[in-house]
Design a protein around this ligand. Sequence first.
Ligand code: GLN
Length: 252
Amino acid sequence: MKKAVKILSIVLALAAVITLFAACGKKEAETKTLTFGTNAEFPPFEFVASNGVIDNYDGIDMAIAKQVAEENGMQAKIENLEFDSLIVAVQNGQIDAAIAGMTIKPERLESVDFSIPYYKATQVMIVKEGSTITKAEDMADKKIVVIQGYTGESCVKDMGYKYEAFKKGSEAILELVNGKCDVVVIDSATAKNYVADNPGLKIVEDNNAFEGEEYAIAVKKGNTELLNKINATLEKMLADGTIEKFGAQYAG
Ligand code: GLN
């Protein structure tokens, strides 16, 4: 009898352990992935790093994406795409959301829904020290480089100037450093980053020519469930200074 009780308790203990393992396994399987698309060529918002906050990706946006996912019980995953394919990727469901220093623009609002804005920016001009460019108009007869699909491209196009578009910010900066162009038009925080890394370059601002912009996260049109979750986390992160902290951490 004693032996039977012993065996029974061992069996029961084993069953309990197995149930516990099964429950843990199930819980893990249920942790949903929130897939963000980005273009990791836009420091300090997103760039490739050996030890990033999400896999090999780091920057202000990546830290925000991680927190948005985690606060909503999900795990963030990054798909590194070309900037001008992000909107289509949101539309066809390849990614759940795009976080890429993306400016809210009327034409983009026709294709996707945007979260509340989380960052203010503007376009600026990067030139070589000693350049004669002091305002946007001075670019008229200069060799202008922009990055394909960025707001900078549409700004220069609207001004009616000729330009060359590159796929990556780093390629554009290399053109300038090598003297193959006179000016690169790009977002302010990213410009600061490039200028800090490349001696001999400087930023020229023209607030009359370039309007203020706001960055937001894009989701598929009508995906209010995800949008509400993103907005709730962004609101919290804006209110408690988290986004400002990320800005200081990555932009210095
Ligand atoms: N803010 C710019 C835009 O939305 C550039 C963003 C980016 O290159 N990641 O077009």
